[in-house]
Design a protein around this ligand. Structure first.
Ligand SMILES: Nc1nc2c(c(=O)[nH]1)N[C@H]1C(S)=C(S)[C@@H](COP(=O)(O)OP(=O)(O)OC[C@H]3O[C@@H](n4cnc5c(N)ncnc54)[C@H](O)[C@@H]3O)O[C@H]1N2
Ligand code: MOO
Length: 419
């Protein structure tokens, strides 16, 4: 058994993780599958969009020079969307046109059907129209050659729509990381599988961690190794390694005799970057890397305590996944908060304290969610943020600014009192 040597400072731990988080290879992926990933190249407009002058309304295309109230027009053709008219518009003539229809030759304005006597072979115009009326110009959205999406942009819904208007069926993005989550512990039972026997608990971590990985844009799956048996653990890690970019384990990483995760990983050729962080919760976190001919993988040995596992995913695994997919900017918001009362930190480690946030006239007021034990899963359902207290100080004074990582961004939109 090995004991912790020196605990790594939380910021150094994040730095070491990011230094070891290489961007994943670029892949062409179908538009919708690119959602949440970062563009690996600049994207340019291939042509003017819209590609032709077209009508913004259903009505008649006319010459603006003729478009005076009271004038009667002959309808000579029609131009629905997708089928340009064959004829052109001469003096006193009109072409029936629908929204998106190509503006016919000769016409320079469209009158809405509501401003005429109605649909028919002839109509009377009730309201005059200037040149360009209801005409959506070619190139009004983007021009050929425009930089429409810069490399590094996260592909979201508007980006998918814009790329589609330009005929891009696939986008070059950094590949989605493959994450394998492995829970260890003989006491663990799959939720829904059966009732608990004495001493057993349901495995909550692997479900939470898979959900967190999915939320961070990864492909994630669970591997079951609900055991503290070294051979079972080794086999499960070997299986995970077949396709994983990132392996996340929970449990078995502290200093107990059954804490086999670290030694198993080291045996499998993983090199340790750090083990032990000056953080509460999350002291026993292990981070390692394996780069060889078969590929490259990163390993996060997270503590078994459920709050520690989830908080450490937030603080360490999520930034790594973001960096691997080229989304360095996707940090959780960090805000300055204050407490109404003094807050102690007797841990000698930085305390990532679960707090609620309330917007007040003085700013964002943080309040502990209550007991801060690392096994209190319900506490996280109440937390809006993690207030970072320490590690060097013994706490913070009432009113003093404290950095906090916001977990629920909607709290930042909270109504200002008196509004
Ligand atoms: N002598 C010491 N003991 C402990 C230390 C220490 O420094 N010296 N550190 C403590 C801290 S801090 C933590 S955190 C825990 C983490 O230990 P492990 O990562 O080895 O986790 P386990 O012992 O396997 O489990 C801890 C706890 O969490 C429960 N657990 C485990 N897996 C799951 C799961 N998938 N779902 C739900 N709950 C899970 C497990 O039953 C234990 O109760 O070590 C302290 N001890
Ligand atoms: O640091 Mo542990 O992660 O106290 O619960």
């Amino acid at each position: 058994m090995q004991l912790f040597q020196k605990l790594t400072d939380h910021h150094d731990a994040v730095r070491l993780i990011l230094e070891n988080a290489r961007r994943l290879p670029v892949e062409m992926v179908p538009l919708v599958e690119a959602r949440g990933l970062a563009l690996a190249e600049d994207l340019y407009a291939r042509f003017d969009s819209p590609p032709f002058d077209n009508s913004a309304v259903d009505g008649y295309a006319v010459r603006s020079a003729d478009a005076e109230a009271g004038r009667v027009f002959e309808v000579v053709d029609e131009a629905p969307a997708g089928r340009p008219a064959e004829g052109s518009v001469g003096e006193g003539e009109a072409i029936k046109i629908f929204t998106g229809g190509v503006i016919p030759d000769g016409a320079d304005a469209v009158v809405m059907v509501e401003n005429t006597s109605g649909w028919g072979e002839r109509f009377e115009l009730k309201k005059g129209a200037p040149a360009g009326n209801n005409v959506r110009e070619r190139g009004g959205d983007v021009h050929e050659g425009d930089l429409i999406l810069a490399a590094g942009t996260e592909v979201g819904v508007p980006e998918i729509a814009l790329a589609a208007t330009q005929g891009y069926g696939e986008l070059p993005v950094y590949r989605r990381p493959k994450v394998v989550v492995l829970a260890t512990g003989t006491e663990l039972v799959e939720p829904g599988a059966r009732e608990l026997a004495p001493g057993e608990i349901f495995d909550s971590n692997s479900y939470a961690l898979v959900a967190q990985a999915l939320e961070a844009g990864a492909d994630a799956r669970r591997v079951s190794a609900a055991s503290d048996d070294a051979d079972v653990l080794r086999a499960a890690v070997e299986e995970a390694l077949e396709d994983a970019d990132v392996v996340v384990t929970s449990g078995g990483v502290s200093v107990g005799e059954k804490d086999l995760v670290k030694s198993t990983l080291l045996d499998l050729g993983v090199s340790q970057v750090f083990w032990g962080v000056k953080l509460k919760p999350g002291k026993p976190v292990f981070f390692g890397a394996r780069d060889d001919a078969e590929g490259s993988a990163r390993f996060f040995g997270l503590p078994g305590n459920p709050v520690s596992a989830m908080v450490c995913f937030e603080l360490f695994v999520r930034p790594a996944l973001m960096a691997m997919t080229g989304r360095e900017d996707r940090r959780r918001p960090r805000v300055s908060v204050y407490f109404d009362d003094d807050v102690e930190n007797k841990f000698g480690r930085m305390h990532a304290m679960r707090v609620t946030l309330t917007r007040t006239e003085k700013g964002l007021r943080a309040e502990s969610v209550g007991a801060q034990g690392s096994g209190l899963v319900s506490s996280l359902t109440k937390a809006d943020a993690l207030a970072l207290i320490g590690p060097e100080s013994e706490g913070v004074r009432a009113g003093e600014p404290v950095e906090a990582i916001v977990l629920r961004e909607d709290v930042l939109l909270g109504a200002v009192p008196g509004f």
